[in-house]
Design a protein around this ligand. Sequence first.
Ligand code: ADP
Ligand code: MG
Length: 625
Amino acid sequence: MPRIQQLPPSVITKIAAGEVIERPASVVKELLENSVDAGSSRIDIDIEQGGVELIRVVDNGCGILADDLPLAFASHATSKLSTAEDLFRVHTLGFRGEALASIGGVAQVTLQSRPAEQDCGAELNCHGGELAPVRVWNGDSGTRIEVRHLFFNTPVRRKFLRTTATETGHVCEVFTRLALAQPALHLTLRHNGKEVYEVTPPADLLSRIGLFFGAEVRDRLHVVEMEAGPAKLRGYVADPACERGNAKLQYLFVNGRWVRDRSLGHALQEAYRGLLMTGRYAVAFLFVELPPDQVDVNIHPTKAEVRFRDGQAIYHLVLTAIRDRLRRENLTARLQLPLGSGQSMASGQWRVASTRPEVGSGQWAGSSAEKSQEHLGPSTADGSREGPSGGMERSEAAPWALSAPPPPGPVLPLTAPDTRPLPTASSLPSAHCPLPTTKAIQLYDAYLVLETPEGMLVIDRHALHERILFEQLKKRMRSGSLETQRLLVPEPVDLPADQAARTLEHQEALAELGLGVEDFGGGTVLVTTYPAVLGNRPPQAILRAVVDYLVSKDRLPNREQLLHDLLSLMACHAAVRAGDRLTAEEIAALVDQRDLAKDTHHCPHGRPASLLFSRHELDRQFRRL
Ligand code: ADP
Ligand code: MG
């Protein structure tokens, strides 16, 4: 039976390496961080076979003194910290003095370096943790490090490596993060002798984003910039039309370091709430800067996570900066067709592009806050959008708002009942009513097509109506003026016992929405009141929809999310359905409301509510330009 024994230091090094050095990309990350910390302005990276055979990083940084070379490979040896307190003022990317020791333990490493002020440099080999004698080396000033045969002495780890393409992909990702974080750096990456990337300064972030992610992303970005206390946020967020199926294009940097952060990822998604469908992710490049003592970088072996001293403040900063920015933007999706051959059109290569791309400036400075404010100008000018004394309320009701008794014909409660006077069409700013709304054409009893100064606008009636109702309901709920209708006879709804219990747990939140529920015992729930906006939809059906929602959640969302989801559910139920034919008056009211409500470009579930086929695009397609 084997005995327990003290591991030799070379083995300990390998075990430690297991945590930090997982794959070639981890080596590249550590070496690049060292080059950046050394103040380099240029870094050249060569890899072979995805980095498994060779990783070479050459920089023009400060170099390492010959006498210090062996120390560079020693575990817990670093030039970046000296005391424990220094851990709370880390301003370099590395600080643990572990990386070179770990890499040296699992590969064959040659480290060559010459500080600029030294006539002669030195070289040292470290093979699987074994150091060779230091030798003279006469190379350029800076540091050159070659890592060969990664995991040569740990076959199990080597077996876990993926295909060359996958490993190269990981290296490219590390490269991308650095290039985005440090636009002043000149960086090159070659794989098997072929250039993969060369990024040169002077570069602004936008052009780097364009290089890595293409014009398709670059041209749909909006600048965000905001400060809160000692923290600063700057960066770009993409138009919702640029959404993705995963969060990979959500880049977050804290003090120049790429990090993952669930909480800030959540803040970002939260800022896009109502603009993205479930399971879709925003694209963003965010940079948080704050004093080093406000962030702990020493919590994760690969330094990929940090802990903020005041996490809530940073969460709030990210959420408000992005949400406010998106609110100021006209997010109506634009259709673009490839020009030319009928064949490419037949292949269905339509794409939805952003409106108002904010390209060209390429600078963090000159955030378009003021400019965007102007964008809201026309509608705020006459106070009809958000007048301090309930201007919004006045403008909410449409000529055909549901009031008791319901009007004959299709009953569409476009707005919650409201008897206050309405603004006349002529009181609306002309920019918003450029043309008589009768010009709207109804298509398939589902869409409206409208002529606008910008182009041909196609509206999804249901999605738009849903958004309008949602915004009105929300506003009224917040001001406590949500109208409810009391049922003369409470309506009993039979549910499985657990569903009844779930529902009653949320009695209070539901009451806030105007949906009164009471326990009748035995799995029966009584509906006593319901939101008046739901007019003539059967209360029983509303409650069942709410219950379906509640039981579909494994973990209940927070209160704000719950109210949001339930309001959008109600708005959805109350909104005009495909197949309902609208009268000219109803169409006119719907279109007018579009200009008055917020975020009418998307329904509350994040589906687009309108698509713009711009005048320019029409002219282009018909070769009039
Ligand atoms: P850390 O970066 O945490 O200090 P490393 O093991 O990565 O630890 O590096 C050990 C030390 O070697 C560094 O503190 C630094 O002094 C030196 N070093 C490593 N790479 C370079 C480089 N490219 N240029 C200059 N010095 C370097
Ligand atoms: Mg390091």
